[in-house]
Design a protein around this ligand. Structure first.
Ligand SMILES: [Zn+2]
Length: 327
């Protein structure tokens, strides 16, 4: 199959999640021309799921008077576990029926364009490195703390994938014999700062009649967002919980600093929402737990916000364009 490498300027990105797929159309200069969200098809048949995603892409391109023939590259940001080098999704828990799916080949066959894939944390790291808070850094770590906790690593200007998928810092131990983690181990960073683990803890401990429960409507509905909002109002329970969260997050970042010595650690999700209450204490705690050679890493909140899924998928598409041009 001949791949186009010149003359076509558009980039297409898919950020594939268990509930929705974010599609984005970008230009050569890094601008986002159009975007669309569809529900993840979830037919249980990967071919059909990908077929529906490609149909949505065809429609998005048509809105801009373009077709697959106008694409210089396609990027896929995908949930792990996956083999980014081979463009295969292995068996992500949140994509039912997807077992060893050669998605990059399928998309390349359908579009005729070069295709690159990355796991979603690495794609987010690439996006913050190209367009956001890690711009200009040689070594950048993007730490996401949504349901799970993971890191995307851009080291020496390249995504670092390691032997079998690097960046699983959510399962670095921050406590011996600590809280049980969804992975089966105990004391993992994710069991303390992951959104799902934290929500479970808050639903158990948030005081009845307190501000957190009041904001959530009921104890069973409490999420970290309510906690962050209550902490912003000075609620004592919320502030104490956030202090605990900062403490464990700092332990995780200290571990990253000692292992990798990055220029910058970019914090997504919860830390971005709670930046005012989080960044100062976390910077101080990390400095206390590391040697800070060369001044320590910059610890900052992500800049891309709601644009992150689009930017992440387009950053991977840009990688597909560059790789095709170099080969
Ligand atoms: Zn774990």
């Amino acid at each position: 199959m001949a791949l186009r490498t010149g003359g076509s300027a558009l980039r297409l990105g898919f950020d594939v999640g268990g509930t929705k797929v974010a599609l984005a159309l970008g230009d050569e200069a890094g601008g986002v021309l159009g975007r669309q969200r569809i529900a993840f098809p979830g037919t249980g048949r990967p071919r059909d799921d990908v077929g529906q995603m490609l149909e949505a892409a065809r429609a998005l391109l048509a809105k801009h008077g373009a077709t697959f023939a106008d694409l210089a590259g396609v990027g896929l940001a995908l949930p792990g576990p996956m083999d980014a080098e081979a463009g295969r999704v292995l068996s992500p828990p949140n994509l039912p029926g997807w077992h060893d799916v050669a998605i990059a080949d399928w998309v390349a066959e359908a579009t005729g364009a070069p295709v690159a894939t990355e796991n979603d944390a690495d794609a987010a790291a690439l996006a913050e490195w190209r367009h956001g808070a890690a711009r200009g850094a040689e070594h950048a770590v993007f730490l996401t703390m949504s349901t799970g906790v993971g890191a995307g690593l851009v080291l020496g200007g390249r995504v670092h994938r390691g032997r079998a998928g690097a960046g699983e810092v959510g399962h670095a131990p921050v406590e011996w014999e600590g809280e049980a983690c969804a992975c089966g181990l105990r004391g993992c960073l994710e069991a303390y700062v992951g959104g799902a683990a934290w929500a479970r803890r808050l639903r158990r401990l948030a005081p009845d009649g307190g501000r957190v429960v009041e904001l959530a409507g009921s104890k069973g509905a409490v999420t970290p967002e309510h906690l962050v909002a209550a902490a912003g109002e000075g609620d004592p329970f919320a502030l104490a919980e956030l202090e605990r969260w900062n403490t464990y997050l700092a332990r995780g970042i200290a571990w990253i600093e000692m292992a990798l010595s990055p220029d910058v650690v970019v914090l997504g999700t919860i830390a971005r929402a709670a930046a005012d209450l989080c960044l100062g204490p976390v910077r101080r705690l990390v400095a206390e737990q590391t040697w800070g050679l060369g001044g320590g890493p910059r610890i900052v909140a992500g800049e891309l916000g709601d644009d992150l899924p689009d930017r992440a998928a387009l950053a991977v598409a840009e990688f597909a364009v560059e790789r095709a041009a170099a080969s």
